[in-house]
Structure formats: structure tokens, C-alpha cells
Design a protein around this ligand. Structure first.
Ligand code: ZN
Ligand code: ZN
Length: 195
């Protein structure tokens, strides 16, 4: 594993700026890997799945340190709105969930009262605070379906309504018809008719 400083430099470049979220994300991922006993995330890339619970700054840093990416199915996004992540070792089936403590914000203010900017306070404090001050950590069991694992698609069918292909059992069976989630009424968009 690289040092905190090395990861922070890489994270800032990758994310586009340095921010408290990069520090939290890097440290969260380093702690998760440490708990799992994975010292080299590059070498053990295929062992690791990471579940992130927010789509904000910290997630980029978590992905950078773990090497888990959405396009590899190794990064799973769960929209819980929490700065938290679960690190799953597929080899041992052990998983640890790390969550940022809310009181670390207060602590950051107390540690750096001379800094007037809250963002600067957090940025500096999050680099030096103990893991236990920054995070809570718990061992968990992740409910993971085989069709959510990395690797080649397990299944592929075509939607009987729109004809688009659907991988990995994301289809729905509605009144005996195989439909994509959109055609089954779970759509996140609606079609706009242009004239
Ligand atoms: Zn940021
Ligand atoms: Zn369809």
C-alpha cells in the first residue's frame, strides 16, 4: 500500500481538486484494506468489491485507493447519502463497513480554531485524526447475488417490448413477458417527442 501522502496526491489529481472528501475517502479505503489484511490492492484487485453509499467527493478517492471501478463491477453504488463504504474480500468472504463519524466535524473545529474556513479545518484535521475519531467500523455480511459479481455476464435476454438487450438477470417477468425495467414501468426517464 502507498502512504497517505502519496494517495492524497494521486486522489487530488484524479478528482480534480483536494478536498476533505479526498482525505476521508483515502483514509476510509486504507482502513478498510488494512482491516481485511489486503496490503496491496493492485495485486489483489480481483479479490475486492467495494460498496459506496454516496456519490460525492469521497467516492472518487475510495475508488482510486481500492482500484475498484464501476466498469469492472467491483464498485457498487448504493444511494444512501452516507459517507460510508463496505469492503468485501471475495476470497475470505469477510467484509468491513467503515462510516465517517459526524462528530469529526466538531472535532476538526476544535483542533484547528485558528483556521476560520471550515473546509480548511476539516482538510487538515482529517489528515491527522486517529482512525477511531474519524470512523466507526464494523464487520458485516454482504448479501451478494451471483449476477452481481464481476466477470462475464451470466445471462443475456432481449426485452419483448423494446428489443434492447438486458444482461445479468435485470429483466422483469410481467404477465408472462420478459421486459426490461423501463418497459416494466420502472423507468427513470420519459420519452420526449420532438417535432
Ligand atoms: Zn471534492
Ligand atoms: Zn424494453
Amino acid at each position: 500500500m502507498k502512504s497517505l501522502e502519496e494517495y492524497l496526491a494521486l486522489a487530488a489529481r484524479n478528482h480534480g481538486h483536494m478536498c476533505p472528501g479526498q482525505v476521508l475517502g483515502v483514509r476510509m479505503a486504507m482502513l478498510g484494506l488494512k482491516q481485511l489484511g489486503i496490503d496491496d490492492p493492485v495485486k489483489h484487485r480481483k479479490r475486492l468489491l467495494t460498496f459506496v453509499e454516496i456519490d460525492r467527493c469521497a467516492t472518487d478517492a475510495v475508488s482510486l485507493v481500492t482500484g475498484c471501478r464501476l466498469g469492472k463491477r467491483a464498485l457498487k453504488f448504493l444511494d444512501y447519502g452516507k459517507v460510508a463504504a463496505t469492503f468485501l474480500d471475495l476470497e475470505t468472504n469477510r467484509a468491513v463497513r467503515i462510516a465517517a463519524r459526524d462528530d469529526s466535524r466538531v472535532k476538526a473545529r476544535e483542533m484547528f480554531p485558528e483556521l476560520t474556513d471550515q473546509r480548511r479545518q476539516q482538510l487538515e484535521a482529517y489528515k491527522v485524526m486517529d482512525d477511531a475519531e474519524l470512523f466507526t467500523s464494523q464487520w458485516v455480511r454482504v448479501k451478494l447475488k451471483s449476477e452481481d459479481l464481476p466477470g462475464r455476464p451470466r445471462t443475456r435476454v432481449a426485452c419483448e417490448q423494446c428489443g434492447e438487450g438486458i444482461n445479468d438477470r435485470r429483466e422483469r417477468l410481467v404477465d408472462g413477458r420478459v421486459l426490461c425495467r423501463n418497459c416494466a414501468g420502472e423507468s427513470y426517464y420519459e420519452r420526449v417527442t420532438s417535432d
